[in-house]
Design a protein around this ligand. Sequence first.
Ligand code: TYM
Length: 339
Amino acid sequence: MRVVSGIQPTGKPHLGNYLGAIRNYVAFQDQAEAAGGVSLYFLADLHAISLAHDPAELTANTREMVATLVACGLDPARSVLFNQAQVPQHAELQWLLSGTARMGWLNRMTQWKDKAGKNREGQSVALFTYPVLQAADVMLYQATHVPVGDDQKQHLELARDIAQKFNNDFCTDAAPVFTLPEPIIPPEAARIMSLRDGSAKMSKSDPSDMSRINLTDDADTIMTKIKKARTDPEPLPSEAKGLEGRAEAANLAEIYAVLAGISLADVLRQFGGQGFGQFKPALGELLIEKLAPINLRFNALRQDTAALDAILRDGAARARALAIPTLDAAYAALGLLRG
Ligand code: TYM
């Protein structure tokens, strides 16, 4: 079992990242260990330069993101925790895979279409080839399981297509170079929505901080954001079908269910018939209770930049050792002479 996943160190990690991905990283850390496998989690800092960015902020965010992942329960002694920039094999493999990936495949990526909007000509080449680097990220380690939120599904399907085509074009059936990665999307909380707009996903890049709960928000901020979250005037229904067409209400009820570890039906059994004046404070309290320990650990860790850098240095050394055999096999399969 090889578990691999990444998160971009742009902006602050939020509740969507936590419920959709990070809590599953922690679960897979245990599962991989129990199965005698390895889990690798990395900060996708190379992906972060595909959009305009401030270099000093990227450095600071990279350290903050390591502190967040450790605060959420990733243990650098049990998982390999690193940033892409210290493992040049990611960028090398991306180039090798660029010969296999097709323009048409990349043109179909919804994230490219969303982020580029009407101004495709003005985008960086990196934004367009971003999914090829993402494919390299997982293929480099022969990933079997890739825990992600719903928005990364298409990128992982592309990674499977690239792996398949490379194996078909350059390998014998008996000795494929790449494993086909399997996206692991949680049955619930795979797509947490913005607190301001139930049709948009909660995102680090939303200009409004009120649209998301950051994992670093303090108790007062969390309660204020939940109380101001957009809802409708109806009370909560007693059954899930009553949430149809009520995206904001459904989102808040789902967040409650996942955090409390109960089903949506149970949440509605408990709160059905009550208005948001009653439900929101209960949700705010639950969030504060669940996020407080993460917040505490994060604040203790974030100051010690030397310790955070050491975690990344050590993780990168382990990642490089795991990456080299696959990269060598890819060079060889392509017929590239290296002395
Ligand atoms: P990123 O940094 O946008 O998000 C990190 C993880 O959080 C999940 N996520 C969400 N889940 C539920 N609800 C939301 N609102 C929400 N927002 C984000 C994402 O699905 C993701 O799992 N391209 C990736 C980073 C990446 C990567 C990889 C991931 C680079 N290489 C290889 C997996 C494997 C990204 O930008 O994620």
